[in-house]
Ligand binder design. Structure first.
Ligand SMILES: [Fe+2]
Length: 515
């Protein structure tokens, strides 16, 4: 080898090391799986105009730790322009690391904008199922339409994922998942199927097995394999109603911090996210995604930085307005200072005609006091517990083009007009909230309810419905159309789907109208 060839080879090795591929070439041992390692399916997410994240995890024994030895394993990946995987445009090998539960996150680049691709993995002589994904339109491109769905809350034991089976059959560019992907607790409620491992999730091993159980569901796998997902989390990815904005130095918080670190690690290992690897109890998840010059989605993290939750309103009393004193305390925050600044600036700077805030919990105000002359705003786990941050966003919405909040968590469907000042019914509507029901959490409704007439106490509420399902949206420059999709049951493994209601938001007219 002459000096020039040597330098070229050295430079190539350096480049390989920089991409983390050297480890794969040198450390991994070739071997054959005798059981399928792709039991958790494949997924893609966080699409860009030139790339996407591809995900899988090697887990021949998914419900009991994964069944892998503690050595890295080579995983080949391919991206093709055709479903038959003949026209391969990108391929390489990465390393599935034991410290990440043998999950892989491949950040593919060099793809064409606004195009469907197919992908698959290969490891130890076994091929994965083929997944389908899609890049976003280039910056400045004007797509005529964007089709997406959003969903949340998929308690495994409380229902079959019939919603995902139907979601996978839709024609979509992307899916937004808004939290409660797993439930960390024991099986509760009306149980239609069991966890393999009962009890609460506290350790990394617990969370990994709980993710694996949820992801072993074939309908969930089908929905992942069909579209790129853009995910955020809510509380149950760690613990019911947890608030991350606690003092990490306080020794009393040691157990909560350790639990959060385990939950974040397992979340990362099982999601097709571009986010950097979690550093203990920290994982930056908030981010934005733009679809050409049609729409920007601001994806929030409403858990990691929020001030500790207050006790129930009833124990603390209320202010004259109907809020708990702590809910209106200006020192308390839902988003944390950095994320709040990022969101307000992002909304202010956005040139997109449509601006979505995709996040986990109810944003609008809703009065729960049955007495016409009294008010109670006791949603301490949602934005009613963090009024100051909400008002800053509502004020910004007044000058934002077509702001729409997408939410989950409530396990029912709601459509709200977002008022600049919720205490004044004559205040202008500055935005729209579409809150989607659960995939399975709480099971089939005992009594089916669908209501279109705004209640006297809550005239901002345009729609209420308690079916299980998801929300399918079509966005065009002139309008957003949202179909509330309801499945016939989650008590059986198969179900039909139908549209309970369609609501439309017209360009330049905040608030939804029934189509
Ligand atoms: Fe939930």
């Amino acid at each position: 080898m002459d000096r020039r060839a040597f330098l070229r080879a050295t430079a190539r090795l350096a480049a390989l090391a920089a991409f983390g591929q050297l480890a794969a070439c040198t450390q991994s041992q070739p071997f054959k799986f005798d059981k399928d390692p792709f039991t958790l399916g494949v997924a893609s997410g966080d699409p860009l105009s030139d790339g996407v994240v591809l995900w899988t995890r090697l887990a021949p024994e998914p419900l009991s730790g994964g069944g892998m030895k503690s050595t890295p394993v080579d995983v080949e990946w391919l991206v093709a322009r055709d479903e038959g995987m003949k026209d391969v445009v990108r391929s390489s090998t990465t390393s599935a690391l034991p410290e990440l539960a043998h999950s892989v996150h491949v950040e593919v680049s060099g793809l064409d904008p606004d195009r469907v691709y197919w992908y698959r993995f290969r490891a130890g002589g076994v091929e994965s199922p083929i997944g389908r994904t899609r890049t976003v339109p280039a910056a400045g491109a004007g797509p005529s339409a964007l089709r997406f769905a959003f969903a949340s809350c998929q308690n495994y034991v409380q229902g079959y994922y019939t919603a995902h089976a139907n979601l996978a059959r839709e024609e979509l560019d992307a899916v937004f998942f808004l939290g409660d992907y797993i439930y960390e607790g024991t099986a509760r409620g009306d149980i239609v199927r069991e966890y393999a491992k009962r009890g609460w999730s506290f350790s990394l091993a617990d969370y990994r097995d709980r993710y694996a159980q949820h992801k072993s569901d074939r309908d969930l796998q089908a929905a992942h394999a069909a579209f790129p997902w853009i995910v955020t989390w809510d509380d149950h990815e760690v613990e019911n109603n947890y608030a991350g904005g606690i003092d990490k130095e306080d020794p009393r918080n040691k157990a909560a911090i350790a639990e959060r670190a385990a939950g974040y690690q397992a979340f990362y290992e099982h999601m097709p996210v571009r986010a950097p690897r979690p550093q203990g109890p920290d994982l930056k998840l908030y981010r934005s995604v733009s679809y050409g010059n049609l729409a920007t989605f601001f994806v929030l993290d409403t858990r990691q930085y929020r001030s500790p939750e207050i006790a129930l309103c009833s124990e603390l009393g209320q202010t004259q307005s109907g809020y708990c004193p702590a809910s209106v305390d200006p020192t308390r925050t839902m988003l944390g200072a950095d994320q709040r600044t990022w969101l307000l600036k992002g909304l202010g700077d956005s040139a997109s005609p449509w601006n979505f805030v995709a996040q986990s919990v109810r944003f609008a105000q809703q009065d729960s006091n049955p007495d016409l002359g009294k008010h109670t705003f006791d949603g301490v786990d949602n934005w009613m517990g963090y009024v100051v941050d909400r008002q800053l966003i509502l004020d910004r919405f007044a000058t934002t083009r077509n702001p729409v909040v997408l939410s989950g968590d409530s396990h029912v469907n709601f459509v709200y007009d977002l008022k600049r000042d919720f205490s004044d019914p004559t205040s202008p509507t500055v935005g729209t909230e579409l809150l989607g029901t659960s995939i399975s959490s709480e099971g089939d409704p005992f009594v089916e309810q669908t209501q279109f007439t705004p209640p006297l106490k809550n005239p901002q509420l345009r729609f209420f419905d308690n079916h299980r399902g998801y929300v399918r949206c079509t966005l065009e420059p002139a309008r957003l159309s949202a179909d509330f999709r309801a499945v016939s049951t989650v008590r059986k493994p198969t179900a039909t789907v139908s549209t309970t209601a369609t609501f439309v938001v017209d360009d330049g007219k905040p608030g939804a109208r029934r189509a």
